[in-house]
Design a protein around this ligand. Sequence first.
Ligand SMILES: Nc1ncnc2c1ncn2[C@@H]1O[C@H](COP(=O)(O)OP(=O)(O)OP(=O)(O)O)[C@@H](O)[C@H]1O
Ligand SMILES: [Mg+2]
Length: 125
Amino acid sequence: MAAIELRNIVKIFADPKRARELLTLDNIDLDIDGNDFVCLLGPSGCGKSTLLNIIAGFESSASGQALVDGEIIERPGSDRGVVFQQPTLMPWLSAIDNVAFSLKLKGVAKQERQQRAMEFIDLVG
Ligand SMILES: Nc1ncnc2c1ncn2[C@@H]1O[C@H](COP(=O)(O)OP(=O)(O)OP(=O)(O)O)[C@@H](O)[C@H]1O
Ligand SMILES: [Mg+2]
């Protein structure tokens, strides 16, 4: 079983300006194994971010299935991380609380969160 499985993913956006629908993803099939490093390449507007948003659980597909570790993706979860093109830190949180946020979602106790976040802050300076 691949870590990420995409099965016949179809995504359609409404395009109200042109009064039509836009078939953005047309039957995408992809298996990604754990520790794979995969690049999606394609011209602007071909649907790369849309596909990532479906894996992240930010967007749903019109049909098909997206799975992570065999579980159907239905919403965002702390089992997946997204690094956005734009900086998307939570400005009301300190740097350490931003780094530790996914651990908080997982219910890790505060002292351990801070300790593990600090290891990564130290790693990058
Ligand atoms: N929320 C939305 N509503 C309507 N159309 C959308 C929406 N999001 C994306 N689209 C359209 O879907 C298509 C794919 O967009 P997407 O952002 O996935 O492309 P991309 O490959 O990531 O492009 P880029 O390389 O510029 O980041 C584009 O035509 C875009 O205009
Ligand atoms: Mg994009």
